[in-house]
Write a protein that binds this ligand. Sequence first.
Ligand code: BG6
Length: 369
Amino acid sequence: EKGGYASFMLKEIAEQPKAVADTLLGRIDGSGSLMLDEVRIPANVLREVDKVVIVACGTAFHAGLIAKYAIEHWTRVPCEVELASEFRYRDPILDQQTLVVAISQSGETMDTLMAVRHAREQGAKVLAICNTNGSTIPRESDAVLYTHAGPEVAVASTKAFLTQLVACYLVALYLGQVRGTKYADEIRAVVRDLASVSGAVERVLETMEPVRQLARSLAGKDTVLFLGRHVGHPVALEGALKLKELAYMHAEGFAAGELKHGPIALIEDDLPVVVVVPSPRGRSVLHDKIVSNIQEIRARGARTIVVAEEGDDAVVPYADHLIRVPVTPTLLQPLVATVPLQVFACELATARGNEVDQPRNLAKSVTVE
Ligand code: BG6
């Protein structure tokens, strides 16, 4: 049932374009309005929401970190993101005007479930973003938006993550639609961009051979660092998590702006550092800053592995290895930028002789706190 692939993980990475497209399917009407009837929280309740709190674990938490940028930018509603395991024990401030979004592939993660229960006890409304029909978290939530990734078997999440991002963007747009901060034509434009991302992910997958070669050449390394800014920061965290889970390597993700406040001390000769570069279009200040960061680490000996948009020439002189991703609006870039990092981790793990579908010590869904 691996469909000719050597592992479920490779199969699931390859299924991502379809998973993304399926998660969008039927959720927008001809006039460009989102049809999320499945989100049974009434519009008048959503209009009253004055704070969004996202709770999740692991990879789903990284989807939440990215969602915050979209929610705040498109709706102007403040959004916090918290690890589900931390949320409940710090007495968070919640009331009827709080919308809690719980993201979980399995719908069974105990930490996330406990966060959902706590939020509802405090009177907050809970919306689940979940991949598993009828699982516990959606059953205990006020509403659910299902991701349509299909069953995910490999322990390390790949296609579910991309569909969680799509679902988060849809929730952000829907909140904007209901609250009047996003109008049909703008929603239609973003949904059109989202729809074309599926093809962009396909193109990324077709260009992964150099990434696989690079990964194999790094199999003897102990540490890989990941840097990003804005939505590239959670992408860096996710790239590092994948490498920990699969390759059992020391990997850390940092906000590139934090480099000078500590992590730059880690840079030594030939240390691989993956840098996720935002689009040079749009908020170009972000791009210029990260190009300086690449120069800084390279001057200190780092081996730079640069993930940058096609046509971004500014990074070329400073990239020891260049991974190109298609041109994508900044907020949506994680959908394409994450894919090479998944392939990188999967190949590196395989080169180190690890079993990628069942990494040691991990379980697909953790039903204890
Ligand atoms: C971990 C899995 O234990 O749970 C991760 O190994 C996953 O891959 C995390 O991201 C959260 O799981 P879920 O099902 O709540 O999304």
